[in-house]
Design a protein around this ligand. Structure first.
Ligand SMILES: [Zn+2]
Ligand SMILES: [Zn+2]
Ligand SMILES: [Zn+2]
Ligand SMILES: [Zn+2]
Ligand SMILES: [Zn+2]
Ligand SMILES: [Zn+2]
Ligand SMILES: [Zn+2]
Length: 1751
């Protein structure tokens, strides 16, 4: 097989014998002499004879061979011919050289490649740059947007029309050469002619083949000489069937394995087709039948064709030929232009051009073919400025046909030729040309309308009862709106008459579309019964949303030309009267009378009974144009010339008003039975996505109407539509209103009155639409932001979401944000926030029209709070409004109209009595707001006036008089004064006070301006009285406030509790800071010299009390007491691995006794620190198990924990746990006088070990009944009793827990089934203890925290339990097993000939050795009844021995000859140490001559000290927790340099070399034996890296600052399994930096018998089941643990606004936030990832539904 991979000439010539003799040059020469017609026949003949002998020779294609052969046999002669017989290598290169560098980049984007668009300079958001160009452009300093390409499309660098400024990067700057020159002048005429011939022949051939629809025959001239009976069964892609269906079907139809089927399906999806079977016709036909049968059940069957192999062969070559053409024209612009000519040339009899043929058969081709020719079009026609225009015309001519084809087809748009519209229509000059010459605007809209044929009786769109197919079509046809958007996106700067004409024609067509929408989906209020089926509403809103930008853009086009605007306005008026011409038909006219005799005629129409629709695009567009007219100069100069009077104002407002009333009624609960459909419609009507062209415009229309009517008439119509007329029409109104009606209706009417008052406020007060009020466009957006930030501080993205975006996805907020807000940067969590500038608070309007009721009450609360904080009163009066434009000027009269005064008076009158439900506070609040607005209006008029004459507004006058003119009713002013003192209106007191103040100041001003000297003392005393009263009131209020504060405090403490739960980690940390560890609580008992190991060790013998979290009982920790346990989580860990290349240990055969120093895979134990009775825990766990079983039967979903694997959540803190550690008392301190020296102890131990060996032999011979008895006598030293059985100091409950935890570490650590008899059980416990301590030591060192006193309690408790457990766990194993372990461990230190397979000291992690030997030695020591040696002194001897071994190990590995040059003077003590180190090193060198030579000990000592330090620190941690000793103060402060304190604490000399020199004879023997182990020499000599000390701490990989460079890196990453394909979900391992092809079939592998995705598979190897990844396309961190657990985590990349962008939706540039990345690294190094996942899954149930293992 290997030979097949590398095609060589011989294997190729066996496929095609002429290969060796074939000469492209000669063939080309023979063609050169032919005439054009003959040439075509000759080339066809050549193809006919070779193509089917190169391509498609069997079931398995061999693209490498095929490509090589086709290049040599088919394409090379063409190249020679092109160059006129010259070597193409020379000829083409010459062309390329002559080429001026291109001014257009045209780089075609790969899938996933980053693209950049400048928000400031791009003509529209589709204009993008490639990364290279972007980095070389000025836009990188601008506000830019970054996205990932979906593939297709190209870089617009150098295109003048794509950029408002700076169109070129440095590389594509326009050159000196004149670019207008015809590129063809570069070619000789001969060459041009030859190119023409070859291109036309080859392009024609390719087009014929790709559009060929016969399965057997070939086009004329291509028939091969002999036809074999070989066929392909070709399967085509569709978007109907799922991957699974296809895979399943294929397995059945062609009986392939699942793997093959997956591969077939992947290729079909990618290329659009794939042959699934090769053979004779019968054979293939059979497969086809099965596939068709299997897939035709629910849908149309999969497309399958049985094709003759020669047809397939020619199609393969046709694709190759197109790619070749694309390659050849890359050499020269001239060649490109020739190809463009050929492609667009019509046939001699006017037949369609080749490009037309391709486009028109686009939807019939398979995906792969389409992609190839689209690429060619992009690199040829779209890159040539002249031909781009010609192509655009052809494209526009074919537009309708292409769109119809596309709508019928099912492929995604990116695979359709219609997708090229973005390349053409977004070029303003082309779009304009096509609009004028090809009627493009009209064509697109008509085409769209034609596709939506389903209409109701009035000709409106009807989406109800759409079939699935219609719905599908509706979705596809929406792309047309996208095209329309491209055409309109750049506004014309200059208008021609032609353009005006075509645009207005387009507008006519557009109005036809809008007319079909006006009044669609009408609703009728449901009374009695609830509606049975929710009516369809989404389609209509989808349409509305899609058209929103189009409608806005049409308005902007109109705004740019006054002639167009007036013409458009007239068209709209006509369209509206067409829609509602019969406005009064069937609706009876009625006459209304109110407020001092005002009468108006209107119709009888009730929103609550008749049909009403929320869709009024025609009215709204008219409203939009009206506002534009109002902005024109004409409106200021001579408004009478405007075409305004054609429709009556009541008719203009009728439908928008109905819409607002509908909303009010829904709000009042009158439409409850109409279901969610209506609620959703109302929601979107106000939503930021739609409101600009819906709600906002309805309001404008009311303003338009009101400004042209008598305000009283307007208000009466409003009252009538709100169905409230009767409430206000009678003099006795309130009494009748309250008596006659039931409570619900009163409530309903209350809400309606509130809503109506709000509508009136908005009609008069909303003036920020430019054209209604005299405002600058930026003031509108500024006001929106002020009101959003009045609710609460917001992040950038929240603000963006709350603001309307224009068609360029811009809100315009950047221009104004800084003037109204302050930015606050985020911390390690959270987001950056904008806060409202304090001085902007005065712009706050409580009744801002875009507030929902919820927004409003939040804003009100926030603003009142702010006022209180600033010590102001709590009134929230309206802000000063901007002046109105002339056309709308009369709107203010609504405020002083008689009808409004009647309404205001009525509500105030009601409010004089405490509410009995007949009026509401918010009603009153609105009335007060309206009065305040009127007063401000009056104030402004007075201030701006020069005399009394021009003040038309006299509100204070009007409210001082009785409301209805009769003397028996009170005036509004007197009502206000009454209310001011009403005790039930406490909340409104400040506001009423404010109002009265303005009234009096207005009066004063008016009097002053009228220059009448009135007596002001009256008002003055009035003011004084008010102030006094105010004082008393304030006192009462303070009292109230205090009561409220207390209530809030109670709430706060409740909230704090939940806060603790939410921020557990943080809180625990701070708790721990406050409570020092228990052992430090009795300073009086601290001895002066503290040691943690050896005979001198101290420590309190106080009793230890703990509380069970489950039953709350206190319990003393005793060996014979009730067992207490800590919830714990054991996991495998590669966090400290020094070598990720080493495979993880094999579960069954791994011998874990000696740990390798690379710490490749360890077992980590962690705990939340919560203690329970073992019995309580067991009951709890059983309950969890039972519950889980029941739940699984019911729901069959994962939980965040896996009960079957022993997992549970800590009952207190819900921390993930999988076992419990028993809590044990500290080892008792044995005081013994005599102590053995090291030499004596070694001697004794050697004898003891020998006795053990003897015993083992004796036992084994006994059991095997060997004939020869053991003759030797027992060599046991005195008092060493082999038959002694040590007593077990533990209760049965504790023993059981010892087994539980031991088995758990064994099971998890080795990944095996639990087996408590396995000899490796105690070893795994010891290992877990050492590994956990080492991990913690590294963390403390790296985070620069003190060795002692800085760990959270939970970790302290966990370490203590772990150490004590490890020292006791040997008791639950057979004594002989532990003895074996012990003798083997000791043999590594004290080489023992009776023990085999002892590793050399370079292969042993010394800390593991220390812990294991200390732990196992107890089993030997307990047999010694002589009392000569104590455990404590043995521990110290073991520590000394291991330390020396570690010194030697460090000297062997960590000295490099390169570093020894530096030598410095050191002090006396140091000097001695240096010399001793030097001697020891040379001593070692006598055994190992391969070690580098050094000249002094200076460097050596430093190596040793830094190398050994982590070991010493770990040992200190270990013995401290084992023996519960007091820690020395020096080790409780940060810093690493406490060498002396550390050594003395460990009972070691601070000059460690003394350990060697005091015992030199013993040590020399040991060193000699260690060095002579064959393993040492081997390890030092091989190139494999030895572990050096200190071991480096692992970090997560380095990430680039700029996120786009990651995207770029990922975009060039290809799937490692499917041969150079782009990966869809490239994912980066943060631990090792591997890039993976995630979430895809192609890279699934099997893990423990299950299919898993690349991430799960990788984490099994790289992280022993744990994975940290960055999903590059999503910009999302992924945590995985095992196969079932995972969660997403916020990425460490932030935009300039301090926000992450998960999913890369916003496209702001992202930069690395180091602190956040460190936080992730901390989680990882603290072994908290699994815990994090657990919490995430508990918090968010949807995470459980994700199939993590397939990522
Ligand atoms: Zn570029
Ligand atoms: Zn460029
Ligand atoms: Zn720019
Ligand atoms: Zn308990
Ligand atoms: Zn807990
Ligand atoms: Zn990795
Ligand atoms: Zn893959």
């Amino acid at each position: 097989m290997a030979a097949m991979q590398q095609p060589d000439a011989r294997s190729l010539s066996s496929l095609c014998p002429e290969f060796i003799t074939f000469s492209p040059r000669d063939t080309a020469k023979s063609w050169l002499v032919q005439s054009r017609d003959v040439l075509c026949a000759q080339i066809y003949g050549h193809l006919a004879s070779y193509v089917s002998r190169i391509y498609c020779l069997g079931p398995d294609l061999n693209p490498q061979n095929e490509d090589l052969l086709s290049q040599t046999l088919l394409l090379a002669p063409l190249e020679w011919f092109l160059c006129g017989g010259e070597d193409p290598a020379v000829g083409l290169a010459r062309l390329e050289e002559a080429q001026a560098p291109s001014q257009l980049c045209g780089h075609v984007f790969k899938v996933g490649e980053p693209t950049y668009s400048c928000r400031e300079c791009a003509a529209d958001p589709t204009c993008v740059l490639c990364m290279q160009c972007f980095l070389g452009s000025v836009h990188k300093e601008h506000r830019y947007r970054m996205t990932t390409s979906g593939g297709g499309g190209f870089c617009d660098c150098g295109d003048d029309e794509a950029w408002k400024k700076s169109p070129s990067c440095q590389k594509h700057q326009p050159g000196i050469t004149d670019s207008l020159e015809d590129p063809l002048s570069q070619l000789s005429d001969d060459m041009t002619a030859r190119c023409h011939s070859v291109f036309s022949i080859i392009l024609k051939y390719a087009v014929d083949m790709l559009t060929w629809d016969q399965e057997e025959q070939l086009p004329l001239g291509l028939e091969p000489r002999e036809r074999a009976d070989t066929y392909y069964c070709m399967l085509f892609n569709d978007e109907v069937h799922t991957y699974e269906q296809v895979i399943y079907t294929l397995q059945k139809a062609v009986s392939c394995t699942q793997k093959e089927a997956v591969s077939f399906a992947t290729t079909v999806d990618r290329d659009g087709r794939k042959s699934v079977r090769f053979g004779d016709f019968q054979f293939c036909e059979q497969a086809k039948t099965v596939i068709v049968r299997n897939t035709s059940r629910q849908s149309k069957p999969l497309r399958v064709q049985v094709m003759h192999s020669s047809v397939v062969a020619h199609q393969c070559f046709a694709l190759k030929a197109l790619a070749w053409l694309g390659h050849i024209i890359g050499y020269s612009e001239a060649l490109r232009r020739v190809l463009c000519q050929v492609g667009l040339q019509r046939g001699p009899e006017g037949e369609q051009s080749l490009v037309d043929t391709l486009m028109l058969s686009d939807s019939k081709m398979w995906k792969g073919a389409r992609n190839v020719y689209h690429q060619l079009l992009m690199s040829s026609l779209l890159m040539d400025l002249k031909y781009k225009k010609l192509f655009a015309i052809q494209f526009a001519k074919n537009y309708e046909r292409l769109q119809s084809d596309y709508v019928k087809d099912d492929h995604d748009r990116e695979h359709s030729i219609t997708d090229l519209s973005v390349q053409i229509f977004t070029v303003p000059s082309l779009a304009r040309m096509l609009m004028v010459e090809e009627d493009l605007m009209k064509t697109i809209i008509r085409c769209f309308v034609d596709h939506l044929r389903h209409r109701d009786l009035q000709g409106r769109f009807q989406f109800e009862r759409y079939t699935a197919q219609q719905a599908f079509k509706f979705r596809r046809v929406q792309s047309l709106i996208g095209d329309l958007k491209y055409v309109l996106i750049s506004r014309p700067t200059e208008w021609t008459d032609q353009l005006r004409e075509k645009f207005l024609e387009g507008l006519d067509t557009f109005l036809e579309l809008l007319k079909c929408m006006q009044g669609m989906d009408p609703v009728v209020r449901q009374i009695g019964q609830h509606i049975e089926m929710e009516p369809e509403w989404e389609a209509a809103f989808t349409l509305q949303m899609k058209l929103t930008h189009i409608i806005s853009m049409i308005q902007e086009w109109c705004a740019s030309d006054e002639r167009v605007l007036t013409a458009a306005y007239t068209k709209l008026l006509a369209a509206l009267s067409q829609c509602h011409g019969g406005f009064t038909e069937g609706e009876q006219p009625i006459v209304l009378t109110l407020g001092g005799g005002h009468t108006v005629e209107t119709i009888r129409y009730l929103v609550s009974q008749d049909k009403v629709s929320i869709h009024l695009p025609v009215s709204r567009l008219l409203a939009g144009l009206h506002v534009l007219l109002s902005k024109t100069e004409l409106a200021y100069r001579c408004p009478e010339t405007l075409p305004l009077s054609e429709l009556s104002p009541p008719m203009l407002i009728e439908h928008p008003l109905r819409c607002l009333v509908l909303c009010a009624q829904v709000h009042a609960g009158m439409w409850r039975r109409n279901g969610f459909s209506l609620i959703n419609q109302i929601y979107y009507y106000h939503n930021v996505k739609c409101r600009v062209e819906m709600f906002d415009k309805d309001l404008v229309m009311l303003q338009v109407g009101a400004s042209m009517m008598d305000p009283n008439h307007f208000l009466m119509i409003v009252l009538s539509r709100f169905e409230l007329f009767h409430v206000f029409s009678s003099v006795e109104l309130r009494k009748r209103y309250s008596r006659d009606t039931n409570k619900d209706v009163v409530q309903q009417n209350n809400t309606l009155i509130e809503e109506m008052l709000h509508v009136i406020m908005m009609v008069v007060g909303e003036r920020y639409a430019c054209g209604v009020g005299q405002v600058h466009p930026s003031e509108e957006i500024r006001r929106e932001i002020v009101h959003q930030l009045s609710i609460k501080p917001m992040s950038h993205s929240e603000l963006v979401k709350s603001l309307p975006e224009n068609e360029n996805k811009e809100t315009g907020m950047e221009r104004v944000i800084d003037s109204v807000a302050l930015f606050k940067k985020p911390g390690v969590t959270g987001r950056g926030l904008y806060e409202l500038r304090p001085e902007c608070c005065k712009l706050f309007n409580l009744y801002f029209y875009h507030y929902s009721r919820a927004d409003q009450s939040k804003a009100e609360e926030a603003q009142r709070k702010l006022k209180r904080q600033n010590g102001e009163n709590s009134a929230l009066p309206p802000p000063l409004p901007p002046p109105l434009c002339p056309l709308f000027a009369s709107l203010v009269n609504v405020l002083q109209s008689d009808v409004l005064l009647v309404i205001l008076g009525a509500v105030l009158q009601w409010a004089t009595e405490p509410s009995t439900g007949h009026w509401s506070e918010s009603m009153l609040q609105r009335v007060l707001h309206l009065i305040a607005m009127s007063l401000l209006e009056e104030q402004q008029q007075i201030e701006n006036s020069s005399g009394d004459d021009d003040i038309t507004f006299n509100f204070t006058g009007k409210i001082s008089r009785p409301v209805d003119g009769s003397s028996n009713s009170a005036s509004i002013l007197s009502l206000l004064e009454t209310l001011h003192n009403a005790p039930h209106l406490e909340v409104h007191k400040d506001m009423i006070h404010w109002t009265l103040k303005v009234v009096s100041s207005n009066k004063t001003m008016r009097e002053r301006s009228a220059s009448t000297s009135a007596d002001t003392s009256n008002t003055h005393t009035h003011d004084q009285a008010l102030r006094d009263k105010d004082k008393a009131e304030r006192k009462r209020k303070a009292e109230l406030a205090r009561a409220r504060r207390e209530k809030i405090m109670a709430q706060m403490s409740e909230m704090q509790k939940s806060f603790i739960n939410d921020n557990r980690e943080l809180f625990e940390q701070s708790l721990d800071d406050r409570d020092p560890p228990v052992t430090d609580s009795a300073p009086s008992m601290v001895p002066e010299v503290q040691v943690c190991v050896g005979p001198g060790r101290g420590g309190p013998n106080e009793q230890q009390l703990v509380t069970c979290i489950l039953c709350q009982e206190q319990q003393e920790v005793r060996g014979h007491g009730q067992a207490m346990v800590l919830a714990a989580f054991v996991q495998r860990s590669t966090v400290m691995s020094q070598n990720r290349a080493t495979p993880l240990p094999h579960p069954e055969h791994h011998d874990p006794l000696f740990s390798h120093p690379d710490l490749n895979c360890g077992t980590h134990t962690g705990s939340c620190g919560h203690i329970m009775h073992a019995s309580c825990w067991q009951r709890y766990f059983e309950a969890v198990q039972a519950k889980e079983q029941r739940r699984q039967q019911r729901l069959r979903v994962h939980t965040s924990y896996d009960v079957e694997n022993g997992e549970f959540l800590c009952p207190l803190c819900e921390c993930l746990s999988n076992t419990v550690i028993p809590v044990l008392p500290r080892a008792t301190h044995t005081h013994s006088g005599a102590q053995l020296s090291l030499e004596e102890w070694v001697n004794l131990t050697t004898q003891q070990v020998a006795a053990l060996h003897w015993n083992v032999r004796r036992l084994s011979t006994q059991s095997e009944e060997e004939e020869e008895p053991v003759r030797e006598v027992c060599p046991a030293p005195e008092g060493f009793r082999l038959d002694h059985t040590p007593s077990n100091p533990f209760s049965s409950g504790i023993k059981e827990m010892l087994t539980t935890f031991g088995t758990a570490t064994y099971k998890v650590g080795l990944k095996v089934n639990p087996n408590d008899h396995d000899p490796r059980v105690p070893v795994m416990s010891w290992n877990s203890c050492s590994f956990t301590i080492q991990a913690i030591e590294r963390l403390l060192a790296d985070e620069d925290r003190p060795l002692f006193g800085s760990l959270p309690c939970r970790q302290d408790d966990c370490l203590t339990s772990l150490c004590r457990f490890s020292s006791a766990c040997w008791m639950s194993s057979p004594l002989s097993t532990v003895h074996t372990h012990c003798t083997r461990l000791l043999a590594a230190l004290l080489p023992d000939p009776q023990v085999q397979n002892t590793p050399c000291i370079l292969d042993v992690d010394m800390f593991h050795l220390l812990v294991s030997s200390v732990m196992s030695y107890s089993s030997v020591q307990c047999l010694d009844q002589s009392g000569r040696s104590t455990l404590d002194s043995a521990h110290l001897h073991l520590l000394s021995l291991v330390t020396v071994a570690h010194l030697v190990q460090t000297l062997m590995t960590s000295v490099t000859s390169g570093e020894v040059a530096m030598d410095q003077d050191s002090g006396g003590a140091e000097k001695e140490e240096e010399e001793l180190t030097f001697l020891l090193y040379n001593n070692i060198r006598t055994h190992l001559d391969s070690l580098p030579e050094v000249c002094s000990g200076w460097h050596l000592l430093r190596c040793v000290k830094t190398g050994v330090l982590p070991f010493l620190r770990s040992a200190a941690l270990f013995f401290t927790h084992l023996n519960a000793t007091h820690t020395p103060p020096a080790l409780r402060v940060p810093g690493l340099g406490h060498w002396e304190a550390l050594c003395s604490y460990l009972s070691l000399p601070s000059n460690l070399l003394q350990l060697y020199y005091t015992h030199q004879p013993l040590m020399d023997t040991l060193i000699q034996r260690w060095c002579c182990h064959p393993g040492v020499r081997q390890a030092l000599q091989t190139d494999s890296p030895v572990v050096r000390y200190p071991r480096e701490s692992n970090r997560l990989i380095e990430l680039p600052q700029d996120y786009s460079s990651l995207i770029n890196q990922a975009s060039s990453f290809t799937c490692p399994r499917s041969g150079g394909d782009k990966s869809r979900a490239p994912t980066l391992c943060l631990v090792c930096g591997s890039m993976l092809c995630s979430q895809s079939y192609c890279c699934q592998t099997e893990l423990e018998g299950e299919d898993v995705g690349a991430c799960t598979a990788h984490s099994a190897l790289c992280g022993a089941g744990l994975g940290l990844f960055l999903r590059v396309r999503e910009c999302q961190v992924l945590f995985l643990a095992g196969k079932t657990k995972g969660c997403f985590y916020a990425p460490p990349y932030l935009d300039d606004y301090g926000e992450t962008d998960q999913g890369l939706r916003r496209g702001n540039p992202l930069h690395l936030c180091t602190d956040r990345y460190l936080k992730i690294q901390r989680l990882w190094r603290h072994h908290s990832i699994t815990e994090e996942i657990g919490h995430a899954q508990e918090a968010n149930q949807t995470l459980m539904g994700i199939d993590w293992q397939h990522l």
